[in-house]
Ligand binder design. Structure first.
Ligand code: V47
Length: 424
């Protein structure tokens, strides 16, 4: 049953009409005490959306005071041919379908050069589970980009694709899944992989999985891919795709599973846990991980809540989440994921206007200049999705924050036109 259009929900309270239940939650969040699932339910139920956003902002200001991050990036979708047919996805095609494509290495190289000319620091590379390509296509693709554009950070392949690669390379062993994943990641690393994007997580729940994305990897496998990446020193991101057939409680379970996995990653980097095993970054004196602090990475950088777009998918009958639900979910994610350094309001899916409100409600990042985003197309299939750097900067400044260009690993970038370097 969709959770996004519940008519019985109480109206939001205006400013000054506080929900007293939020006082205790505020105190916990600001002293670095982990919020419980019950706290999460209160955050989802409260009509006092203003206080919720304010508390999320207080936490965000502690972790990332005063700044709004953006980056200059390019998306490369190397193929939309996919062995799966997930009901929520409008991107996938079968070989021979109208509009099906797979990029050649020459096309990939040309795209990388265009990215460099436009000053991009990152290429975000994802595609369908293409059943007709050999494993070498992927390593050759990374090498081709690295050779033509050595400075570009390659954020590539969701956990779902990594498992697909283990299968097409015929190294997938069900009795030692992590070893198979490591085999793939080591080869991709050697070819130039810089980090993993957060896609493919959807909602970590078997019921939702079987109804909406059967055939995709389940939560345990998705988390294993990110665990192995962290063990190898790679940073990764995480997503949650909400507003379709899942319940709000299932979203909270998803967030809880992510923060447990981040506890493991931070413990490996030397962070001390409290008595319950939790490592919160909001405790007094704790500094969020940054590449400058650690010799190596190996943790989740950011959570990206993705609102479901029904149009063109097999779930077109669903309404999709409302603006308030989007704002609420982002604020809840900031508060529940107390060990994630960053929260991203992905403007392509949220819109720039909504991203401004989100910057004031827990988000510290709005993603990048993008150019072409093929997975969901706000405004129709022909929309060229690009904003200029001044657009992004104005969006952030108008929301009350200092725009800061970052690279993929959240290091500050200084630039002179298309030439850039990491700030000291
Ligand atoms: O995994 C698919 C989602 C994801 C729909 O890591 C949909 O920095 C909404 O993961 N409506 C891909 N969402 C996007 C993604 C991402 C985006 C930006 C930054 C980063 C990062 C990661 O898009 C998929 C899936 O969860 N998706 N179909 C849809 N109809």
């Amino acid at each position: 049953m969709p959770t996004t259009a519940a008519p019985s929900r109480p109206p939001a309270l205006g400013p000054g009409h506080g929900d007293p239940r939020l006082d205790a939650i505020r105190a916990k969040a600001l002293t670095g005490e982990r919020l419980s699932m019950e706290d999460g339910r209160v955050l989802y139920e409260t009509p006092d959306i203003w206080s919720l956003c304010e508390i999320a902002d207080e936490v965000r200001q502690r972790l990332n005071p005063g700044v709004g991050y953006y980056n200059i990036n390019r998306h490369l979708n190397y193929s939309n041919i996919c062995a799966l047919s997930c009901t929520f996805c409008e991107f996938h095609r079968k070989k021979g379908d109208e509009g099906a494509y797979t990029r050649s290495l020459d096309e990939v190289r040309a795209e990388a050069l265009r990215a460099v000319e436009s000053g991009a620091t990152e290429m975000h590379i994802v595609g369908g589970l293409q059943p007709h390509l050999p494993f070498e296509y992927y390593t050759d693709m990374l090498r081709a980009i690295r050779e033509s554009a050595p400075g570009l950070h390659l954020k590539a392949f969701t956990a779902v694709e990594i498992v697909h690669l283990a299968r097409i390379a015929k190294v997938m062993k069900n009795d030692d899944r992590k070893a198979s994943i490591r085999w793939v990641l080591e080869r991709l690393l050697e070819a130039g992989l810089g980090s993993l994007p957060g896609g493919g997580a959807e909602v970590f729940d078997d019921r939702v999985h079987d109804e909406a994305f059967k055939g995709k990897i389940r939560s345990d496998v998705w988390l294993d891919v990110h665990r192995v990446a962290h063990e190898l020193g790679l940073n990764t991101n995480a997503t949650i795709l909400y507003g379709h057939i899942e319940q709000r409680d299932e979203r909270l379970v998803h967030m809880d599973m992510l923060r447990s996995a981040q506890d493991e990653a931070l413990a490996r980097l030397g962070y001390a846990a409290d008595g319950s095993g939790a490592i919160t970054l909001t405790r007094e004196g704790v500094r969020p991980p940054t590449p400058a602090m650690n010799d190596r990475g190996g943790y989740f950088q950011t959570i990206i809540p993705l609102p479901f777009f029904p149009d063109g998918s097999a779930l077109e009958r669903l309404p999709g989440p409302s603006g308030i639900e989007n704002l609420r979910t982002l604020a809840v994610a900031r508060l529940m994921l107390d060990n994630f350094p960053h929260v991203k309001a992905f403007w392509i899916m949220q819109t720039l206007a909504m991203a401004q409100l989100m910057l004031q409600s827990g988000a510290d990042d709005i993603d990048g200049t993008v150019v072409w985003y093929d997975i969901t197309k706000v405004g129709g299939a022909t929309t060229h999705q690009e904003v200029t750097v001044p657009d992004l900067q104005r969006t952030i400044r108008d929301a009350g924050f200092t725009p800061v260009e970052r690279d993929t690993l959240y290091r500050r970038v200084t630039r002179d036109g298309a030439a850039w370097r990491i700030a000291e």
